[in-house]
Design a binder for this molecule. Sequence first.
Ligand code: NOJ
Length: 950
Amino acid sequence: MIIKSPFRTRVNGLFCAAISAVLLSQVAQAVKRDEFKTTEEIAFYRRHQAFAETVLQAEPASQENSSEIPHGASPYTVVGGSVHLDGHTLIATVQHASAKVPLRVEVIFLKNGTVRVRAQEENPLLPRYDDTQKHVLREEGNNLEYASANDLDHHYRIVNGVKVHTVRYTNDHSAFSVRITEDPWSLTYLQNDKPIIELNSKGFFHLEHLRPRPDPEAIGDDISGEWKETFLLFTDNKARGPESFGMDINFIGFEHVYGIPEHATSLSLKTTNKVNGGYDTPYRLWNLGVFEHELDDPIPLYGSIPFMAAHNADATVGVFWLNAAETLVDIAREKRSGVDDDLSVVNTHWVSEAGVMDVFLMPGPSVADLYRQYMSLIEPTPLPREFALGYHTCRWSYLDQEDVLTVSEKMHEHDIPYDVIWLDIDYTDGMRYFTWDYSKFPDPVAMQKQLAHDGHKLVTIIDPHVKRDSSYRVWKEGNENGYFIKNNTNTRNYDGWCWPRESNWVDYLNPEASKWYGEQYHFDKYPDTTADLFIWNDMNEPITLRMPESTAEKDVKHYGGWEHRHVHNLYGMLNHKSTFEGMLTRESPRKRPFILSRSYFAGSQRYGAIWTGDNTADWGYMRAATPMVLSNNIAGMHFSGADVGGFFGDPKPELLTRWYQLGIWHPFFRAHSHRYTKRREPWLFGEPYLSIMRKAVYERYRMIPYWYTLFREASLTGIPIVRPMWMEFPKDSDLFAEENTFMVGSSIMVAPALDSDLTKPIDVTFPSQENWYNMYTHASYLAPIKRRFVVDLAQTLVYVRGGSIIPTRERQRRSSAFMKQDPFTLYVYVSRNGTASGKLYIDDGESYDYEKGAFIEREFVYAEDKLISRPSPLTVESPEYRTFSDKMSKVRIERIVMVGLITQPTVATIRESDVEREISLDYGNCRTGSDCVVCNPAMCIGNDWEITFN
Ligand code: NOJ
């Protein structure tokens, strides 16, 4: 199976090195840069750069006296008299001064203040790909809530001879205006008459109109790359010719922008103009499996979400560039001289290869507002299976049935709870997915039953490449039905290469193919699987080894005749979706699937989790994990995490231990490693590492009620689960670039130890005016304050914000499955002014009955010496609610720990269901001597109750 490549030139390296590197490499080296395009090798980007250069060099129009008219020399102007309001859409015809191809530019007003701008030819020569919205937007984009025409007021003025239109929008929720200039065409979004986002104020708006194909001689070498483009040995034949577009989007009054995953870069995005340590290449959005990717590098990784947030002390705003073709984003910072002060501006330039220009401007201004706006487009992450929040143990590969069961047993023996054990590609019969290698796994069902009996689940990998083998049912059916992606002439299957060698790829754009593929997960198709088996979709960028950049060529054909260039960034999501739908329909009543995908796009959050791909057992990669997971959360992909320990290489025990301590605070917590690394289950490292890793895993399990409640919140609001510090402390500009310390929900601040030098101090900034409590010692810090700590390997710096109530479950179990009837402990961290509040959400953790009210959601409030538990406003007294609360009627609160009380009450009076009782308070068994513990108050978790402290 291994192909050795004794030599590697740039060209022939592509054939040999890709696969040999993947198969042979044991230790991460450096990314093989020559196998990936430089930005100079991306023709459409080059053309837009040249266009932008011309604009910058051109004489600006002389409008010095007006700040309303952009000074950039854009050649695009509005055709006189074309601007008109049609319902909730302002329509204009815009054209380039010399090309004179009329473009229809629509400015669409949504009820929540979002403005959508779409542009394409009025009469395109060929239809442009416009289905990205169908795959990404809630209800395929058919039910967006538009502004009522009555709330829109359109008028225009002439400023310095230029017509300037203003549409003012006022309703009960929002008031804002959009200003559009005619010459050149530009758009400014204003909030309270202050510009916040500008389009085309630099003049980079440019749309390459579709055009007739010139004669072959005229195309010639085509150095502009409009009709063909060669990279290494591959020629991209562009049957449709150029169809790219780009535009500058500028954030006025902002210094920091975030998001546009996935890149291994800083949280606050660096510039791409080399200024002040910026990169010299743009952020590229083009889902790739960059083998041995490096850090601090805008090279594109496995997923793409073209969502960018900008934040300053007054507002958080966002832009969503809805396009799944190759997209590049340049970022520059600028100071504009303002009336009183210089104004900070982040200028961004977005360029996409194909499709329709479709961009959403979201005004915030609060973080909650921004996510309300964004989620009204893409939908929030649904509630996951509860087990998925536990500890996942993975390796490429657990070798056989005995290995799996031994690892499981060892976890028990060493008292390490875990929920899921994973099988990588080697469990299959020769990489024919949906099969088993029975020589290694003689009885998969018995194995799953044993695991299930012990409270565990199994995840198996299913990659999207289908081995080309006429004796393989899946390939045969796919082939006979024409379900595979086609070659560039649309005449036969697109043949490529991956783990099983010759392979084909399912075309998920074809609804029938997607349904068929989903059905392969059904129990009658995927033999020897049980309801305790879940799925991992890997290599779904898709990876096609030996091809340019190890992915499918841009000109291969999908359903409907669309080229791969139009839909590449959707592919992983559509594979994930098809799996999700198959898993959803494999049993009745439906249960929530759990599927991990490597590739993703906006919308993937609906189908499961993702991870950050192949990292390395190195401190730098551990440090990079948090900004990457935060960027995903900012972009709406909440359920994400990094391979704990690092995929390539062998972590030293200190690194692995620290990584467990960090990984438990990321939403998805899975240890994973490359096939040529040493085994690294925690017990293999001996003491003190084993005990410390075990303690970290316990901590994850203790906090599952808090995590699950956060997922519930995210499923309703879309607000990130793990949050950069600025999201919780939006006024504190010192925190705008903080990327090591982060918040888990709004209550917990994690300041991880990220350095190999264990004696190196960690600086912690305690923000706001609040008390912060060390989660373990309960030592308190009155913010704002900075402190420096040196922590030994067993210690971690985790703080709870005063004013929080955190629910936990503290019994140590084998897995979350055995915790369902466990009692709760409530930690009440009292604020400076003597109050606290928190939430708890529980349901059965697996079904959809919560949609009918089968959940318990409590709000806890502490004020004036009284702690109360009341139902959340979303609680409904449905039959399903009653059934579920009956099931939970024995689940009690076994302890309440009051942290930071100023007085020392001696008695707690508990009133529950009109019955009153008293309990004396325990100060003996507390952590700092000042905590007051209510031992076994025994209220039922679903009941209303109150406790008065005297
Ligand atoms: C690549 C994935 O990123 C990695 O996690 C996995 O172990 C290998 N493929 C083998 O399946």
